[in-house]
Design a protein around this ligand. Structure first.
Ligand SMILES: [Fe+2]
Length: 549
């Protein structure tokens, strides 16, 4: 249901038939998002689990004119409840929170006083009408010995390039502790920009590129009307960070490739609007000054550091400027975040150090990739398509920060650091070397799993050829030149499942049959494991099996 189709009489009628209460059980929400109460047209969500708490989110539409981005509508009080059961017989926490047009009628509640490693159900109410029911789960106690954790891992969910069936497949799983979204949750482009092989599968709203606060709010609202997206938010807590497209392509601290000051105004104003809308519309627990790099701990088994690699970074260098990447005054993290990350990795008692990392950290050399494939790969990696030498938008473009971080892992003998990465619309399993030139003589210092795009174009799309044809040449070239890249696949779209145990960590790649179809099926493509303390990736035959929480 789109906000513009809201009709106060129709939802009052719906409320009346349900005895004044609209209750959509979590199990029924897969196909019923469109039937959610109109006051709650954008669903419910939870995120950033703690051992004793969870962040809850919704957005209310109290009147027909309270449309996203409008700045119109009344202040209202929204009630919330958290229960141990989906029928809300055992409510453990409840309260009320005020919202209004100043925050685009979004609602965020940071609930505390909950039990660790426990499944809860939650819902909101406005004027006697309930939202759909969300299910969520708290993190294990800080010092708990945890036998296993499982996460859905996703990135690059571009509305105009397809449907969010990957979200539906993840929502159908009952075995996830949380969903990790590594960036590009939404895209800034106007209608017709960056579709699927140039075809707009479904048009963006607003129709123009998002630049103003109203634009960003409306685009967030549009994504939040997708039934598969609503369902995945309602089924699992998310831990999410942004990459560039939440603001504009190839964003850095003072600008973006897709920002033209002459016609689009001051970049700082645009970035502030993007950040404000994001914090309103996403279940993210921001820190002081709105920082979103943060840590989520899952008992003694794992700690997840989510990075923000856009807010503090220096401008990208020209892709052929190998000397500039060694400039110690340039940064991808900013000094404070790098120090925070170093301290977290060396100070934690958690066994696995997971890093939610929006852009790839493993070095990639492309010098011997065949010429006809360099262009599409450059496009995939966000590079200039003539004279490629390095991935200037990724950690390759910020060699000093990367060396400092990786050297810290060596100096402090830190094992089991695993970078979980998005951004480049392709699947990679990398052993991360301190120096690629000495790999494998010097052991890798970490591992990295890059999850492919849910819908955004990649190499076969850029070449407009059948998948698994000429891309095989590109993959062979990448692997020949980069022996630490243990596997790479540059054609498919989908998601990953990450399974963490004390003895090993495993990643499964799941690929969609057709991103342009709302009912796309999904298939298991490949799996990789890292034995604890090895920093080595091995291929395994089967995806992880059933697990009950
Ligand atoms: Fe992307």
């Amino acid at each position: 249901m789109t906000p513009t189709s809201l009709n106060r009489r129709s939802f009052l009628r719906m409320s009346a038939t349900a005895g004044g209460v609209l209750l959509v059980p979590a199990v029924a929400m897969r196909s019923s998002a469109a039937a959610a109460a109109p006051q709650f047209a954008h669903g419910v969500a939870s995120g950033d689990p703690l051992p004793d708490g969870i962040l809850l989110w919704t957005r209310v539409t109290p009147t027909q004119d309270s449309l996203p981005g409008s700045g119109a509508g009344p202040r209202v009080e929204v009630r919330w409840e958290v229960a141990r059961d989906s029928a809300f017989q055992s409510v453990v926490r409840s309260g009320a929170v005020s919202t209004g047009p100043d925050r685009d009628h979004t609602v965020k509640v940071d609930v505390d006083g909950l039990a660790p490693a426990t499944t809860y159900w939650y819902r909101f109410a406005l004027d006697g009408t309930y939202s759909g029911v969300g299910r969520t789960r708290t993190a294990p106690a800080t010092d708990a010995a945890v036998a296993g954790l499982r996460f859905g891992v996703i990135s690059c969910s571009n509305w105009q390039a397809g449907y969010f069936s990957a979200y539906r497949h993840l929502a159908a799983r009952g075995d996830l502790d949380a969903v990790l979204h590594l960036g590009d949750y939404l895209y800034e482009y106007p209608v017709g920009g960056f579709g699927a092989r140039g075809v707009t599968i479904r048009p963006h709203e607003p129709k123009t590129e998002m630049i103003s606060l109203a634009d960003y709010r409306q685009r967030h609202a549009q994504y939040k009307t997708d039934p598969d997206l609503q369902n995945l938010h309602a089924q699992h807590p998310w831990v999410i960070t942004w990459d560039d497209h939440e603001t504009a392509n190839d964003a850095w601290s003072g600008g973006a490739e897709n920002h033209q000051p002459a016609t689009e105004g001051d970049y700082a104003t645009r970035a502030a609007a993007a950040r404000r809308a994001y914090l309103e519309w996403m279940p993210v627990r921001a820190g002081a000054n709105g920082t979103i790099y943060r840590r989520i701990r899952f008992g003694r088994l794992a700690e997840l550091s989510m990075l923000d690699l856009r807010t503090y970074r220096s401008k990208q260098v020209a892709p052929t400027d190998g000397r500039a990447v060694e400039d110690p005054n340039r940064t991808i993290t900013g000094d404070d975040q790098l120090q925070w990350l170093r301290d977290g990795l060396s100070g934690t008692t958690a066994q696995w150090k997971l890093v939610g990392n929006p852009v790839m950290i493993a070095p990639v050399s492309l010098d011997l990739v065949p010429n006809n494939l360099l262009g599409p790969i450059a496009k995939l990696l966000g590079l200039s398509q003539d004279g490629i030498a390095l991935n200037a938008d990724q950690w390759d473009g910020y060699a000093v920060d990367r060396r400092e971080l990786l050297q810290h892992l060596v100096d402090r003998r830190i094992a089991n650091t695993v970078f979980l990465t998005g951004d480049i619309h392709s699947s990679w399993a990398n052993e991360v070397p301190l120096d690629a030139a000495t790999y494998p003589y010097h052991a890798p210092v970490a591992t990295e799993f890059v999850t492919t795009s849910m819908t955004s174009d990649n190499v076969d799309d850029f070449l407009n050829v059948a998948p698994r044809t000429v891309s095989l040449l590109a993959e062979g070239g990448i692997r020949t030149l980069n022996r630490h890249v243990r596997a790479v696949e540059v054609d498919s779209h989908g998601f990953s499942v990450l399974d963490v145990r004390p003895d090993r960590l495993q990643t499964d790649w799941w690929y969609l049959a057709d991103r342009t179809k709302a009912a796309s099926t999904v298939r298991h493509a490949a799996s990789f494991a890292v034995v604890s303390k090895s920093q080595k990736i091995t291929r395994v035959a089967a995806p992880v099996g059933p697990r009950s929480l």
